[in-house]
Write a protein that binds this ligand. Structure first.
Ligand SMILES: [Zn+2]
Length: 79
């Protein structure tokens, strides 16, 4: 996967994994080492949709405030 520092940051599952050491917190949190998805810069040529899990092209839609939102052109999910 090629990275473009000027592109926005997205979470890509399974990519750029970082080991985080955590302490036990409460009864639901387990201590130890966990895998955490870290934000990483990506180029639009290699976006993998987090919804359909496939490499896809980026589309643009606008929300109620007129902000640009990137969407998957295959399934239409927000990216
Ligand atoms: Zn998709």
């Amino acid at each position: 996967m090629r990275a473009n520092p000027t592109a926005g940051k997205v979470i890509v599952e399974g990519a750029n994994m970082a080991k985080r050491h955590t302490k036990p917190r409460g009864q639901t949190m387990q201590g130890g080492i966990i895998d955490k998805d870290m934000p990483l810069p990506v180029a639009t040529v290699a976006i993998v949709c987090s919804s359909c899990k496939e490499p896809t092209r980026i589309g643009i839609r606008y929300d109620e405030q007129g902000r640009k939102i990137r969407i998957c052109k295959k399934c239409g999910a927000d990216l």
